[in-house]
Design a protein around this ligand. Sequence first.
Ligand SMILES: [Zn+2]
Length: 107
Amino acid sequence: MVVRMRSTRSHTGNRRSHHALKAPNLAVCKNCGAFYRPHHMCLACGFYKGRIVIDMKARQEARDARIQAKQAMRRAQAAEEQAENQAPAGVETSAETTDTSQTPEQK
Ligand SMILES: [Zn+2]
């Protein structure tokens, strides 16, 4: 069987000769010295055209505070659950009985 429209190795190579990726052109931020894409805001500090467009530092701090608050909440929840698990057996059984009584009603 002959493949009529088969592309030769050289044909494939010629086509793929344009597939190489170019390294992006990066400029150095005048404010913080980080690399940024030209005609774009510096992602490290939010500097563009001689002024700070977005206060990235404040943003990052706000984000960190948010994350820390969330982690603290999770830790508190975990501690609460542990305290519930370590509670005396009498409390647990009463909770279980209430649970079992609720489930048939729901079904
Ligand atoms: Zn910068």
